[in-house]
Write a protein of this length. Structure first.
Length: 95
């Protein structure tokens, strides 16, 4: 069902570090015709977590299908330098 919220698993270096539900409204998703726009999400890594930049992936919890990296995800985790990140991730999915 395209309008149903989607549960997502967040991984760093292939270790699950959290889970979120993609059900937040994003105007850009609605404008792009992606359902009602309620497919956005926000994730803040656990405090003190250390991981390599670029090692973060987001997968659909139901079947493990990886999400294509969004610009927000790449900017926060894939293009940073150093060995630590404390950034929040905002993203959106098309189901």
């Amino acid at each position: 069902m395209p309008e149903a919220p989607v549960c997502l698993d967040i991984y760093a270096a292939d270790k699950r570090i959290g889970q979120v539900v993609a059900n937040r409204y994003r105007e850009d998703l609605a404008a792009a015709g992606i359902g009602t726009g309620r497919h956005g999400f926000t994730f803040t890594p656990p405090k003190g977590l250390v991981f390599a930049p670029g090692s973060v992936t987001v997968r659909r919890a139901r079947d493990g299908a990886p999400l294509a990296p969004s610009h927000a995800l790449a900017d926060k985790f894939g293009r940073t330098t150093g060995a630590r990140s404390k950034a929040s991730v905002r993203g959106g999915i098309a189901v």
